[in-house]
Ligand binder design. Structure first.
Ligand SMILES: Cc1cc2nc3c(=O)[nH]c(=O)nc-3n(C[C@H](O)[C@H](O)[C@H](O)COP(=O)(O)OP(=O)(O)OC[C@H]3O[C@@H](n4cnc5c(N)ncnc54)[C@H](O)[C@@H]3O)c2cc1C
Length: 383
């Protein structure tokens, strides 16, 4: 089979790898470089933690994802998963411990005293307890993308088309139309164009998708604290009301700081430049949390976008036609799940036995009524 993929982020690249590993041909087109530094997936790090409070199936899926990333490192003979663990401050860490343990993860509860003793530099809200997961950590996202793209570039069954923007999809014919007038035909098509996906979907589908924009700060820690920070797990919640989180400076990367309060809904993709109000918001947030934090720690800032489904705030897989899929809305955790998502998408695209991920949006996709191809009008507009 020949599978056409629109987009070159983590979802499309890993799905392409799955397809070629199963003996299929892939053709992947991105509007920019492959990988593209402006893609949502392209960052220094993405966090993998298993804990999904109140959701045993997603927690078990994240444990499976942990193992899948280790397998992928082996397959690609590259190292990009720093298993430094993950710490999450919670009002009831014991319940989280039970959930993680039931899912087969190694977890430990840390009381407020232990937290402040072991991680005095990290800025946990005083009095908070946390759960520590050992089978978790930091994915070096840009390295993942580069490793996947390099493997595909040299693969006999893969064609990569950087700087070829997709402008329309014909779900009946399983083909995509490019801005340069070209057409890529396949037996199956995946649209995984990240936050730009709405441009390729019919209004009824794109209205289901909400665009989010989030600000991040990148910091160099003072040399005196470097050893302590290097031994710090990913902290997915410091226990603050604004949902502050941080990624430690592993493998030569900077310390990354952000917060749920720095994520907002926007209408349009506005580039990566951080508006000063949001930079100052995060500086104030972390100055109140991390002991000794100063604005001169900052080495970079960046805004990043993602789509989420309106009703669930999570991902959305839509079946647009026979073997034509859209994984447009990624939500905030599709990077860590990407190996599972890719297996599931590749199986659907190539007609292999279904792969159950335990993730509801993947296992029960949104099917367009009657197999209608909602994007035909967009295609007519450009042809
Ligand atoms: C601030 C932030 C923090 C996050 N943290 C985490 C985390 O810790 N853990 C986690 O699991 N997830 C995290 N996520 C979510 C995760 O990064 C995304 O879900 C994931 O990277 C999305 O990958 P993607 O391949 O779908 O999209 P992208 O990476 O955006 O890739 C889409 C690609 O499609 C291309 N494209 C777009 N339009 C076209 C077109 N018309 N024609 C051709 N190509 C096109 C783009 O150029 C791009 O290369 C975070 C997201 C954000 C914003």
């Amino acid at each position: 089979m020949r599978v056409v993929l629109a987009g070159g982020g983590v979802i499309a690249l890993l799905t392409a790898l799955e397809c070629v590993s199963a003996g299929h041909e892939v053709v992947l087109a991105d509007q920019a470089d492959i990988p593209f530094s402006g893609a949502t997936s392209f960052d220094r790090h993405r966090v993998l933690r298993a804990l999904h409070p109140g959701d045993p199936a997603a927690t078990a899926a994240a444990v499976a994802a942990h193992h899948a990333w280790i397998e992928l490192e082996r397959l690609l003979s590259t190292s990009f998963y720093e298993q430094v663990g993950a710490l999450t401050a919670l009002p009831a860490p014991e319940a989280a411990w039970e959930l993680l343990t039931a899912a087969g993860s190694k977890a430990e509860v840390l009381g407020a005293g232990e937290l402040s003793e072991e991680f005095p530099h990290a800025g946990f809200v005083p009095g908070t307890g946390a759960v520590f997961e050992a089978q978790a950590g930091v994915l070096l996202a840009d390295r993942v993308l580069t490793a996947c793209a390099t493997r595909l570039r040299w693969h006999a069954n893969a064609e990569l088309h950087p700087h070829r923007k997709v402008i329309g999809i014909d779900a009946d014919r399983a083909e995509v139309r490019l801005a340069d007038g070209g057409i890529l035909r396949g037996d199956a098509v995946l649209v995984a164009a990240g936050p730009w996906s709405r441009e390729l979907l019919a209004p009824a589908l794109s209205r289901e998708l909400v665009l989010h924009r989030q600000t991040m700060l990148y910091c160099d820690v003072p040399p005196a604290d470097a050893a302590a920070w290097a031994a710090t797990p990913a902290i997915t919640s410091l226990g603050s009301a604004g949902g502050a989180w941080l990624v430690p400076p592993v493998a030569g990367t900077p310390l990354k700081l952000s917060a749920a309060s720095a994520c907002r809904v926007v209408d349009e993709i506005g580039g990566a430049t951080v508006p000063s109000w949001w930079r100052e918001h995060l500086i104030d947030t972390f100055a109140a949390l991390i002991p000794g934090f100063r604005r001169d720690w900052l080495v970079d800032t960046r805004d990043c976008h993602y789509l989420a489904r309106r009703s669930t705030l999570g991902p959305m897989l839509a079946v647009l036609g026979d073997r034509v899929l859209s994984y447009a809305a990624c939500g905030g955790s599709s990077f860590k799940f990407a190996p599972l998502i890719a297996r599931s998408l590749a199986a659907r695209l190539t007609g292999a036995d279904p792969v159950r991920t335990g993730l509801e949006p993947l296992d029960r996709p949104l099917v367009r009524a009657g197999g209608a191809h909602p994007i035909r009008p967009a295609l007519r507009g450009v042809s």
